[in-house]
Design a protein around this ligand. Sequence first.
Ligand SMILES: CC(C)(COP(=O)(O)OP(=O)(O)OC[C@H]1O[C@@H](n2cnc3c(N)ncnc32)[C@H](O)[C@@H]1OP(=O)(O)O)[C@@H](O)C(=O)NCCC(=O)NCCS
Length: 169
Amino acid sequence: MSAGRGWSLRTARPDDVGQVSALLERSYLPLWAGHYEAALLDAVAPLVTRANPRLLASGTFFVAMSDCGIAVGCGGWTHEAPGTGVLEDGIGHIRHFATDADWLRLGIGGAIIRRCIAEAKVEGLTTLMADSARGAELFYAAFGFQPLGPSAPMIGDTILPGTMMRLAL
Ligand SMILES: CC(C)(COP(=O)(O)OP(=O)(O)OC[C@H]1O[C@@H](n2cnc3c(N)ncnc32)[C@H](O)[C@@H]1OP(=O)(O)O)[C@@H](O)C(=O)NCCC(=O)NCCS
């Protein structure tokens, strides 16, 4: 899968569901293993490796496709807060960033987050929030996000501790 290193970015589509779910599995499971206990990962794995059809259809969710047609990165933004769906004026939320564990540090996540930031500015948003999983804080920090404090999102019945991060646009 990682023999070629070419990739390109496009807006996700509803029919990417299988590709994006497989990508989430190739990203979250190996990369979170160094940051979370195995029992916690086992509990959240079935939920976090399932692509969200609403995001895929949102027009603000992107997928990086390798030259051989495999999804190797994804991520996007929404007005609605994850989990609650709450809308707040001027605030957007970073959603489901993941790069294939064999495709890290090639600029894929960065290309997607730059696109999100650019679109959020065009939409007139003033703030982007990212509920960062452990281990992703330095990625968000590289694009100007600052830590606000610990976060405790619920994935099903399980808390997946992370860091709430904020970017002033
Ligand atoms: C976070 C993640 C999406 C980054 O994807 P990526 O495609 O490797 O990111 P990029 O190559 O665009 O990195 C851009 C910059 O971010 C920073 N960065 C990215 N990963 C980093 C890491 N592990 N440690 C330190 N800095 C990092 C660097 O400044 C990097 O630039 P550089 O490679 O020139 O030094 C990826 O590590 C991932 O999928 N992690 C597991 C899933 C996850 O936790 N997602 C976030 C959920 S909230």
